[in-house]
Design a protein around this ligand. Structure first.
Ligand SMILES: [Zn+2]
Length: 526
């Protein structure tokens, strides 16, 4: 009798698991190609099963234990579940995927599902803010439809999304279990997979019957820094956790979107799943939407222009204790921007204020031009940044001090005045001081370092850099572009919609991206 209760029809449950994960920045001129996955994270079958253990490393160089590991642990704990590793693919944020790479990813996952034979369910870790060139539907909706076709009608589907997902009916309706990250920045990938696995197993055993309600809010920025443990979001995240303590509630999630996509239905969303009680799910979703909407007007910390920031650093004696960090808010490589912004270099070339400054630049053309040039010699140099990024060219006479190969491809160090520019073939992310060490630049002696990242670098600079200034320039993660792009309904912060209730049904109705509207958006975006 016990085995009947644990497994299904006297046999263990069989559940597949996999991942297709990418966060797109529509303003980046660099499309995401296949190598972005194969060179970073693309693991299948037995190799995936091995990676998704407590001893394994699930996403090498990124996170040892993520959703797949959490999911497998939940199944182990539940007992009598056979987990079937399918395929897991993840690339760092970048421009939209090409059609070719998207088809390759989905075809591969579908092939693995068909080859796996009959399964009771499947768990997929998806992002929710993918974008594919020429695809007018949310890519995750396409993935779920293809997966459903391959599985047939019977098996149940559990999905987890990044907290920055843009929820829509195509992402909600096909799934039985829906879980979102609940920390920002995201450290809870493994717990997310665990929660998804736990709900899926319980659903398959008939121990719960998930029903869903979700609401869309006409908000794309707001809630201050949106960090889950800081004001004002702390209270919202606490409320969600409290909701999940109610045995009638299976999950409660808030999705705060990746604001740099061209989705016409872009907007925050809340999602509540209950055990068979749709009226309760509706009611709690409304309450949660009210809470989230109420904090939309809490602003981000004030930001500096480049010249203001350089003046600030010059006047700040604290820089003697360690470099001041200038966060290049408009060119954040971690949000898919290419890191090819030349505007800091432009300002420093004009007036470096006697500061020792470290700046990184994605400029593959310059790497090509100078790779064979003489070391320790002065060369006429034009910094142009990422091809197609429309950055101002900056001409200087610079000394080529070093040529080396890093995680970001061929890399050069060019010095002029007090400025040290590290030019890389691929979008550079100087999160760790070793990035600068590779070009013989100790971080402690710098007056300032330009970072292309909001949070993670702070872990590695905790004892080095004590002041962090957000700086506005112009690039793919520009919040001005987010504010000023076109939306289907009045959307905060460009406009104040005053109520979310009026626009929720309209946003939820925009399941297909109308080609005309998408073209219109792209025009505004470009
Ligand atoms: Zn995210």
């Amino acid at each position: 009798m016990k085995r009947l209760a644990l497994g299904r029809g006297g046999r263990p449950l069989r559940i597949g698991y996999g991942r297709i994960f990418h966060e797109a920045n529509t303003f980046s001129p660099l499309p995401t190609e296949r190598e972005a996955f194969t060179e970073f994270h693309h693991v299948e079958g037995e190799a995936l099963a091995k990676a998704a253990t407590l001893r394994g490393s699930e996403i090498v160089g990124y996170m040892p234990h993520a959703e797949m590991t959490g999911f497998v642990q939940a199944c182990r704990l539940a007992g009598d579940v056979e987990t079937v590793p399918l395929a897991s693919s993840l690339a760092v944020p970048g421009g939209p995927l090409t059609r070719e790479v998207f088809d390759w990813l989905v075809d591969n996952l579908v092939d693995k599902i068909r080859a796996a034979g009959p399964m009771d369910g499947i768990y997929l870790a998806l992002h929710g803010s993918m974008e594919v060139l020429g695809e007018d539907e949310a890519p995750e909706a396409v993935i779920l439809r293809r997966v459903r076709e391959a599985l047939g009608e019977g098996p149940r589907i559990a999905v987890s999304y990044d907290l920055h997902a843009n929820l829509s009916a195509g992402l909600v309706d096909p799934v039985d279990v829906l879980i979102g990250y609940r920390t920002n920045p995201h450290w809870d990938l493994a717990p997310t997979g665990f929660r998804a696995g736990n709900r899926l197993v319980r659903t398959l055993r008939g121990q719960c019957r998930p029903v869903h309600a979700f609401r869309k809010l006409p908000v794309v920025l707001g809630g201050g820094t949106t960090i889950d443990f800081m004001k004002p979001m702390r209270a919202v995240f606490r409320a969600m956790k409290a909701l999940e303590k109610d045995p009638r509630v299976l999950s409660a999630s808030l999705f705060m979107v990746h604001p740099y996509t061209s989705a016409p239905d872009l907007g925050w969303a809340v999602h509540v799943s209950t055990d068979g009680d749709l009226a309760l799910a509706d009611d709690l979703a409304d309450q949660l939407a009210d809470r989230a909407f109420a904090v939309r007007k809490v602003p981000l910390p004030p930001m500096f222009t480049i010249d203001e920031a350089l003046d600030e650093v010059r006047g700040d004696m604290a820089r003697k204790l360690g470099p001041v960090t200038l966060i290049d808010v408009d060119d954040i490589v971690g949000t898919g921007a290419p890191g090819g912004n030349t505007r800091f270099i432009q300002a420093l070339a004009k007036d470096d204020r006697g500061l020792l400054s470290y700046v990184t630049l994605h400029d593959p053309r310059l790497v090509d031009e100078l790779w064979d040039a003489k070391i320790d010699a002065v060369h006429p140099v034009t910094f142009r940044g990422t091809p197609g990024y429309e950055q101002p060219p900056v001409e200087v006479e610079a000394t080529l001090v070093k040529k080396t190969t890093t995680d970001f491809g061929r890399t050069l160090r060019l010095d002029f005045g007090g400025t040290r520019v590290i030019v890389a073939e691929r979008p550079p992310l100087p999160i760790h001081p070793k990035f600068f060490k590779a070009v013989d630049l100790p971080v402690r002696t710098a007056d300032l370092i330009v970072q292309k990242n909001f949070f993670h670098y702070r872990l590695f600079y905790a004892t080095t850099s004590f002041r962090h200034l957000p700086v506005v320039s112009d690039g793919a993660s520009s919040l001005t572009r987010v504010r000023e792009r076109k939306y289907a309904v009045p959307t905060w912060p460009g406009q104040d919609p005053e109520s979310w209730r009026r626009y929720d049904p309209i946003l939820r109705g925009l399941t297909k991206r109308e080609p005309a509207r998408v073209a219109e958006h792209r025009e505004v975006l470009s």
